[in-house]
Design a protein around this ligand. Structure first.
Ligand code: SAM
Length: 275
């Protein structure tokens, strides 16, 4: 008998993946959690029925959350990751030797626990001595830590359940105040095919708060529509003003010095959402 996992990406459209094995399923305090082993994409973390990350394509998302911002800020020493309990963004942050401390704040400790157990290639740096892992609401954390971070990355679930507040104007204002005076932040801001209004609204809100706002894209096969956006807000440094010849070639498979600025060239229908 064949077993398949299907994610309904809208009420009328979805993706489906053949499963080898179910490694864990649990209803945590915050969400339904599952880690399944799929034939095509390897092990897959699923929260509330939505693909969070897979062994095969995770590098795209995690590299593209971390490196554009960390090479836009000239000397990021203190970094915050909101969400990201699978550890993938933290693994990429650790490729930056000038980062002295990276704090990860995920509301659900079970995501961290099971990612360490079943997704070691993704979660392997969560025990790095430069990393502090906190189980808390990211919204609370940024309001309790003013003028604290050089770079903040928001690697949250979609705006449902505990992550709803992480797409609010108040949250972006809190990020502004939690950043140092020359800080930069980036948030994953979903896909332009099914979540155009979200991208438009986040862009509007962030532009009201930050002087520099840029949006970039990446291709993530297992995410809704496959085309993903990221919104960067910066107090001082513009990712398009970076001298890409000074960006080192590091151990990546998607991000590169050549891609740094190219990623910000948007398809016209996405540009139109960010006007
Ligand atoms: N890459 C995925 C995406 O783009 O949807 C996100 C992966 S990561 C596992 C998402 C994490 O956000 C989850 O572990 C979830 O527990 C966390 N999260 C959701 N709401 C949160 C909040 N208010 N504070 C901190 N973490 C939160």
């Amino acid at each position: 008998m064949e077993l398949w996992y299907t994610e309904k990406q809208t009420e009328n459209y979805g993706i489906t993946a053949k499963i080898r094995e179910t490694l864990v399923t649990e209803k945590t305090e915050f969400q339904d959690l599952a880690i399944i082993d799929t034939v095509e994409f390897g092990r897959m973390l699923v929260l509330d029925g939505m693909v969070m990350t897979t062994e095969k394509d995770e590098f795209v998302y995690h590299e593209m959350v971390a490196h554009p911002a960390l090479y836009t800020h000239p000397n990021p020493k203190h970094v915050l990751v909101v969400g990201g309990g699978d550890g993938g963004v933290i693994r990429e942050v650790m490729k930056h030797p000038n980062v002295e401390k990276a704090v990860l704040v995920d509301i659900d400790g079970k995501v961290i626990e099971y990612s360490k157990k079943f997704l070691p290639s993704i979660a392997g740096e969560l025990d790095n001595p430069r990393v502090e892992v906190l189980v808390n609401d990211g919204y609370m954390h940024i309001h309790d830590h003013k003028n604290a971070y050089d770079v903040i990355m928001v690697d949250s679930t979609e705006p449902v359940g505990p992550a709803v507040e992480l797409f609010s104007r108040g949250f972006y204002q809190g990020i502004y105040e939690s950043l140092k005076e020359d800080g930069t932040f980036v948030a994953q801001t979903d896909n332009p095919w099914f979540k155009a209004d979200l991208i438009r609204n986040v862009n509007r809100d962030v532009k009201e708060i930050f002087p520099i706002v840029r949006v970039y894209c990446a291709n993530i096969p297992t995410y809704p529509s496959g085309l993903w956006t990221f919104t960067m807000g910066s107090k001082k440094y513009d990712p398009l003003q970076v001298d890409e010849t000074k960006i080192p070639e590091i151990d990546t498979k998607y991000y590169s010095p050549r891609l740094h600025k190219a990623a910000f060239v948007l398809p016209k229908f996405v540009e139109d959402l960010c006007k």
